[in-house]
Design a protein around this ligand. Sequence first.
Ligand code: PAF
Length: 303
Amino acid sequence: MTAPVLVRTRAELSEALSAARAAGDVIGFVPTMGALHDGHASLMRVARERVGRGPVVVSVFVNPLQFGAGEDLDRYPRTLEADLELCAREGVDVVFAPTVEEVYPGGEPEVRLEPGPKASLLEGRSRPGHFAGMLVVVAKLFGLVRPDVAVFGQKDYQQLVLVRRMVTDLCLGVEVVGAPTLREPDGLAMSSRNRYLDEEQRIEATVLHRALLAAQQEAQYGVAVALDAARAELRTAKTVDLDYLEVTTPDLDPLPVDSPAGTQARILVAARLGATRLIDNLPLTLGVGRAVAAATPAGGGER
Ligand code: PAF
């Protein structure tokens, strides 16, 4: 197990990657906010598979721009030592852990990105400005690391869709890979925020995955039935405060009301357990087209 090179500045990052660039190696990148867990490790493994002998770079940076007022920026876990150990176990070559000043040397950037209409749906409704701030830092990190391949988790599905869209719309020339969500044995999607949950909340949190599975199972009968099944499951958890439960196309567009059987869709959920907000999602394959029309007149679901 070789420790990754820890770099703190842009100059050190550039130096750490210069040999690989000169050799024309494929560079893989996993952007993170640290507090790494097995879910992140799986993204690193996907990156490794894609780059072969090329370097895998992991960034560890809690990006203030993507946290709204009253969100958990200050209490977001910072665990660099443990993060470095996990990166070492996964054979990561370079860990880029810059300060806020290193990423935003002139203070908050004047030039921003307009993330488009999909940023105001779902997470965007509860977290205004979140995706604009997230895309700015991802664009900056892409500019610094200049990866060939970047791996994002499907757990943050809306983030993945928006990053893909940014890369396409702005011709950033990075291949974006969406890696499957890793789950705890009881189904809870792995997340750095799970550590905020107390014992009771941790048990109740598993309802999110159960609700999505119930929807997946009932999707053969259409969206209305699938959503009903998910809602029924969610009602079994007393401390879970539902933010949204929605079915969209895989690109987060409204599902056409006449979607035929076999249509691929995505079900996405967010809920609060105390002060902790959790999200999850799964793919759906719809069975009965006519039931879609009955279920989603506005192309969405429910809040
Ligand atoms: O998913 C995350 O951890 C963050 O949103 C990201 C992509 C590292 C940008 O800060």
